[in-house]
Design a protein around this ligand. Structure first.
Ligand code: TYM
Length: 354
């Protein structure tokens, strides 16, 4: 197998408010990944956003807001590459090539499409159906080896692996002939884990916390102020039992499990650690402690987001710089892919990239 340099890629859609699930399942972990000896790319996936209709002015604002959230949470745009997808045309180009590699049967199995399209499937955009192929292109345009995401993206990452594998097999002869050994694309590893890989709704512990939940009380938004955060936690659904002292005791108690998981992820500890401190405690004790922790962790991020979004020129400059650096990695990958599939390019054919 060819050796690939470690490279981290992940993306977030600019569709409405970022919430605690996005933060704990993804953005907070993006920040932690910067400690690795790897190039990290964090992308605001605006082309994915338009698979469902977006108001153009609102979309522009949301792209800047997600960028501000990345920076406010601690992503350093000098160390990591922060950019928006539509500025790097290689994503769309590679997606087309992958459309010709991925099979209809694979996409038909995607549960997120079924959920989002709902009953009126005939009326869903083709982009919504093709969404996971564009996601594979996002990742593989950089030949990323690691992708930190929440659990809901697991199936999409399996599809990315299938596409990489099929491309490597379908074009094996050409890949070798162009000097890339026995594999051009890595089989990307999903990084899904920690106590908050799936943060649940505060109103129903069996439903994922999501932007589209009609009840704002179901989620904590990154832009919520201290009062709103405390109130939502106070009102969060729970059961009448005290917290157990062992993790096994959280089974069949989805709301308790969720709040303990949120506490653990915010504090950077495990569920076991939380129960060591709070086992036997009533929610009337635990909820205020959780609210304090959430406010001290999230309020500075909200404040910094407000400061950053007041200067859209600065945000746009970060995105322009990130896009240029991203394109410097994606362009040679696409040149090599074009050679491998047999296109005739302007300029000399590349023998090797990276
Ligand atoms: P998106 O924008 O829906 O969500 C962004 C990230 O937040 C995670 N997430 C959650 N994690 C834990 N609990 C939750 N309740 C929760 N809700 C959301 C998501 O798993 C995700 O990591 N398809 C992606 C965006 C994307 C992407 C990519 C990701 C496009 N291209 C390439 C990685 C690599 C999405 O819709 O995320």
């Amino acid at each position: 197998m060819a050796a690939f340099t470690e490279l981290v890629f992940s993306g977030v859609q600019p569709t409405g408010n970022l919430h605690l699930g996005n933060y704990l399942g993804a953005v907070k972990r993006f920040v932690e990944m910067q400690a690795r000896e790897a190039q990290c790319l964090y992308c605001v996936v605006d082309m994915h956003a338009i698979t469902l209709w977006q108001d153009p002015e609102a979309l522009r604002g949301q792209i800047r807001e997600v960028t501000a959230a990345f920076l406010a949470a601690g992503i350093d745009p000098k160390r990591s590459i922060v950019f928006n997808q539509s500025q790097v045309h290689q994503h769309a180009e590679l997606a087309w090539i992958f459309n010709c590699v991925a099979r209809l049967g694979w996409l038909n199995r995607m549960t997120q499409f079924k959920d989002k399209a709902g009953k009126d499937r005939e009326n869903a955009s083709i982009g919504l159906y093709d969404y996971p192929v564009l996601m594979a292109a996002d990742i593989l345009a950089y030949r990323a080896t690691h992708v930190p995401v929440g659990e809901d993206q697991k199936q999409h990452l399996e599809l990315t692996r299938d596409i990489a594998q099929k491309f490597n097999t379908d074009f094996a002869g050409s890949i070798a002939a162009h000097g890339h050994g026995d594999a051009f694309f890595p089989i990307t590893e999903p990084l899904i884990g920690g106590p908050a890989a799936r943060v649940m709704s505060l109103r129903d512990g069996t439903k994922k916390m999501s932007k589209s939940d009609p009840s704002d009380n179901a989620r904590i938004n990154l832009t919520d102020d201290a009062d709103a955060i405390a109130q939502k936690i106070r009102r969060a659904k729970t059961d009448p039992e005290p917290l157990p002292s062992e993790v096994a005791g959280l089974k069949e108690r989805p709301e308790a499990d969720n709040l303990v998981g949120i506490y653990a992820a915010l504090a950077g500890i495990t569920r076991e650690d939380v129960l060591r401190d709070f086992g036997g405690a009533q929610f009337s004790t635990f909820k205020p402690a959780l609210a304090d922790l959430a406010v001290t962790s999230l309020a500075p991020i909200a404040g910094e987001m407000r400061r950053l979004t007041a200067d859209p020129g600065h945000i746009d400059a970060v995105l322009a710089d990130g896009s240029a650096r991203a394109e410097a990695i994606a362009a040679p990958t696409l040149d090599a892919v074009k050679d491998i599939v047999g296109f005739v390019r302007r300029g000399p054919s590349l023998q090797a990239v990276r």
